[in-house]
Each structure stands twice: as C-alpha cells, then as structure tokens.
Design a protein around this ligand. Structure first.
Ligand code: ATP
Ligand code: ZN
Ligand code: MG
Length: 302
C-alpha cells in the first residue's frame, strides 16, 4: 500500500472524508467543513480591507462563455459537460431497456447549455465585460465555487469536485502584478500562522498535447504562474495549495475588458484550494482538531 492510499484510508476511517465509490468525489464531515469555514474567515481577515466585490456563482456555467474561453483548446481532458435526456417517449423506452441490460444508456443524452465550472474565475470575465468599461483604478473580485476537473486519483488532494476561493484583479500591468505579489506574501504569512511549511515555485498548467508543451514552457519562462506548495501526500512532490496567475492582457483582449482610458485590462487571479489546505492541516497537525497546536487553533477559531 502506498502513502497516498493510506492517508485517504485514514481520512475515510476518521469520517473526515466520506467515500462515494468514485476516486476524487468525496463527502465531507462537519469537522472538515468547519476547518474550511475557519480558513475562509482567515482569508477574509487578510483580504477584507481591499474592498473586493464578492460574487458567488453556481458550479455550472454558461456553455457559450465556456466555449469562448478557449478551455477546450487547452484542457479538453479536464472538462466536464452537463448532458440531459431530451428525447421522445419512444426514446425513453429504449433508454430504460439499455439500462436494464447494462448497455450504455448515455449515448442519447444531449448537451445542455450548462458546463461544469473549471475554475472559479471563468464566469467572472464575461460578467464584468457586460458592465462596460472598468474604472482606471481597476476592479477586484472575491469568488468561491465548486470546480470540476476530470482527474480521478487516489490522492485525496486531487479531487474531481473541489472548492476554489479566488481573488481576481483587473487593471494595469503594474496594478495586477502588485496584487499578485501581495497575495504571494500573504499566502506565505497565512500558512505560517496555521503552522504549515511552504515553498513557492514557478509552475505551468497541464496544456493538452504536443502543442501544449510549448504553451507550458512559455508560461514558465514568463513567470506567469506561481504555486504555493505544501507536502501532503509526498515530500518529494509537494501539493499546490494556492496558485498565482498573471494572464497579461489575454483575458482582457478575449472578453473586451477595457479601462476607462481605452486600454485593455490586464488580469491576475489568486486561487486557494480549500480542500487541499484543509488536508494539509489534517496531515500536519493530525486528524483530531482538538489536538492541534493552540496557536493554530487560535489563528483559525480565535
Ligand atoms: P495541480 O498542478 O496540482 O494540478 P493546478 O495547477 O491545476 O494544480 P490551478 O488550476 O492553479 O491548480 O487551480 C487553483 C487551485 O485549486 C490550486 O492551487 C489547488 O490548490 C486547487 N486545485 C486544483 N486542482 C485541484 C484538484 N484536482 N483537487 C483539489 N484542489 C485542486
Ligand atoms: Zn482564476
Ligand atoms: Mg491541475
């Protein structure tokens, strides 16, 4: 049995995570949720004074926006779409027959107008674009959403449906890169406050295919993505618990995000993997929250 399986098994045994029979799809106990809620309050204390506009979107998004985002160009392997039965009574009969004999009953399902949200910030850009120009002072948004990624794994830190808290900044290059640097500093400080050892490193997204390798290299060379890493299931391969992304003016151009002075907005987003942070805390401090160091409990629950 490898390390990953045993941490997952211990999480199941303790009841913190609830097995659904699917790798990466878990229920969570009240205790697990309480840790996430406490950590989100800690995020609020660090980010609250910035005056971000809070928005909460459901875990599904407008398929047309998803298509325009280009996600299928870069990450087709991770996407999840929502399909539904749209047939006649006759189609229904054959669907039930298929199920009865254990054949594929999903073939006739048709795509709906909804796809699963791949990252919390995806529904934001078209929403803000619809409002018209951003002020020259830019925009700052506070998001949280369940996200779907088709990456089943026995690693409890790699889930298929998980929550991402994000801050998204839009403005000039200097404005949004300052924002990103501020959150890298805050991220390190926050994790230190809850007793976690972190490193920050340059990173890249898993762009699909051979052409994707070039995109990934380019992203790295230009320092567009950083990750805050914490060892959870492996010391050699620490887990990304936060990411800090600078999109240059790519999203600004794509979505028509402009500042009052006519320039295209640059954007950056900072994401917290909420389940990963909770898992890092349980991994470091033990599965029994009552036994956690007093300083950590104080940082989380006051
Ligand atoms: P990884 O390199 O581990 O796949 P990522 O680069 O795909 O992470 P992002 O796309 O930057 O991650 O997503 C923002 C944050 O969401 C990550 O820093 C991480 O904390 C969290 N996250 C990403 N994928 C998962 C997942 N499959 N399960 C749980 N949390 C995740
Ligand atoms: Zn984002
Ligand atoms: Mg990933």
């Amino acid at each position: 049995m490898d390390m990953q399986t045993s941490f997952l098994d211990r999480l199941f045994e303790s009841g913190l995570l609830i097995d659904t029979g699917i790798d990466g799809l878990y229920g969570r106990s009240g205790q697990f949720e309480d840790v996430i809620a406490a950590f989100e309050r800690l995020i609020d204390t660090f980010g609250g004074a910035d005056g971000a506009e809070a928005m909460r979107f459901p875990p599904g998004m407008n398929r047309a926006f998803f298509e325009k985002s280009g996600y299928m160009k870069s990450f087709p392997q991770l996407a999840g779409t929502v399909h539904s039965f749209c047939g006649s009574e006759l189609d229904h009969v054959s669907l039930l027959q298929c199920m009865e004999v254990g054949e594929d009953w999903t073939k006739g399902q048709e795509a709906t107008d909804i796809v699963l949200t791949p990252a919390a910030c995806y529904p934001l850009y078209p929403t803000v674009a619809k409002r018209g120009n951003l002020p020259n002072t830019g925009g700052l948004f506070d998001l949280q959403s369940y996200c779907f990624r088709h990456e089943p794994s026995k690693d409890p830190a790699r889930q298929q449906l998980f929550r991402m808290r994000e801050y998204v900044c839009m403005g000039t290059e200097l404005h949004v890169t300052d924002f990103r640097q501020r959150w890298m500093d805050r991220g390190v400080e926050m994790m230190k406050a809850v007793g976690l050892d972190v490193t920050i490193d340059v990173a890249n997204d898993p762009f699909f295919g051979r052409a994707g390798k070039m995109l990934a290299n380019n992203q790295r060379d230009q320092n567009l993505k950083f990750e805050l890493l914490i060892p959870i299931t492996s010391a050699a391969n620490p887990t990304a618990c936060m990411s800090f992304n600078y999109h240059q003016d790519a999203f600004g151009t794509k979505w028509g995000l402009n500042l009052e002075d006519g320039s295209v907005a640059h954007t950056a987003c900072v994401g917290f993997g909420l389940e990963r942070i909770a898992l890092a805390l349980f991994h470091y401090h033990g599965l029994d929250v009552k036994q956690w160091p007093a300083s950590v409990r104080k940082a989380l629950w006051g």
